[in-house]
Design a protein around this ligand. Structure first.
Ligand code: ADP
Length: 300
């Protein structure tokens, strides 16, 4: 399967240009769309999910024109939106069964079987009679995946699914996603770098509506080999280091600051070389884009 996005742009009525000439090629497997809040991820996800229009560009899934043949796409689409509402008084079994009818699974026997299979797959079967209003955040997200899987979709879109989950819930959710991501296209939109490094064979980094980088996480990390350096400093030294070096990230470490610096050569002998992580790729890419934007603004 292949989803081809070509030069998609979108400007909202308030003047915000949410997508700028976005082009991506996405194949079977898990694809991570990584970017900070406001980058345009949800706009792109909603556009692929046929819920809003693009101003220009095209999106094609295996010969189907996503922007025009909406009904065709909806039949093979599973979507977990960023804000996923449920009826709190309804049980998981009741609501999933209701949604299955809307998805066209009309034979009672088929529907019962589908609902049972999905509740088992998402580890919710033992809680199927409980009210959704009593579910934890992680359980609700798993329910969200169960409804997205109704009708055996070939394209699954999950928008910021792990935000707000505790580490254990996140892990369960990751395991669930990685199971379903083998034979279909799953697009995972997130601002959490670890979601992508743990799950996705391919990814894109998006910032201010523009795709900055695409590729396999492993290869993008290899591209930074020998260029990421770390040092532990006191907090009050930070501004001085920022003035002198290309600091891409700072993390608290035992009350001190652990700096990562991007540099073609060792900044000085007090720095230690580290294996690049996807977080280094992400911060290096975003930082370079911000610098370029600033230079363009100053030149204008
Ligand atoms: P993300 O999902 O990466 O956080 P969004 O696609 O939600 O990004 O938003 C991209 C930009 O478009 C942001 O600046 C956001 O404020 C703006 N935006 C999103 N939805 C709307 C809307 N319905 N009307 C106007 N502006 C919007």
């Amino acid at each position: 399967m292949k989803l081809t996005i070509n030069n998609v742009s979108k400007r909202y009525g308030n003047g915000v240009q949410a997508l700028k000439d976005v082009s991506l090629e996405i194949s079977t497997g898990m694809f991570g769309l990584l970017g900070p809040n406001g980058a345009g991820k949800s706009t792109l996800m909603r556009t692929i999910a046929t819920l809003q229009e693009a101003d220009s560009g095209s999106i094609v899934l295996d010969g189907i024109d996503v922007l025009k043949e909406k009904d065709k796409i909806r039949r093979i689409l599973g979507y977990l939106p960023q804000e996923f509402g449920v009826y709190p008084e309804s049980s998981a079994e009741e609501l999933l069964s209701h949604l299955a009818i809307l998805k066209g699974i009309s034979r009672t026997k088929d529907r019962k079987q589908t609902v049972t299979t999905l509740l088992k797959q998402t580890n919710l079967y033992q809680y199927r009679k409980k009210k959704l209003g009593s579910y934890s955040g992680g359980m609700l997200q798993r329910f969200g995946i169960a409804q997205a899987l109704l009708g055996s979709p070939e394209l699954i879109i999950v928008d910021e699914p792990t935000a707000g989950l505790d580490p254990e819930e996140r892990k369960r959710f990751h395991n669930l996603l990685s199971e379903i991501g083998e034979s279909v296209i799953v697009i995972l939109s997130t601002h959490i770098v670890d979601d992508v490094s743990q799950l996705c064979g391919n990814m894109a980094i998006i910032h201010e509506g523009r795709v900055l980088l695409t590729g396999e996480p492993i290869k993008t990390m290899a591209g930074l080999q020998g260029k990421i350096w770390r040092k532990v400093i006191d907090k009050q030294e930070l501004s001085q280091y920022k003035d002198t070096f290309n600091v891409i990230s700072t993390n608290l470490f035992a009350g001190k600051l652990l700096l990562h610096v991007h540099s073609e050569t060792r900044p000085d002998n007090s720095f230690e070389e580290v294996e690049p992580t996807l977080e280094d790729v992400y911060f290096t890419t975003i930082k370079a884009a911000k610098k370029q934007e600033l230079e363009e603004k100053e030149a204008a």
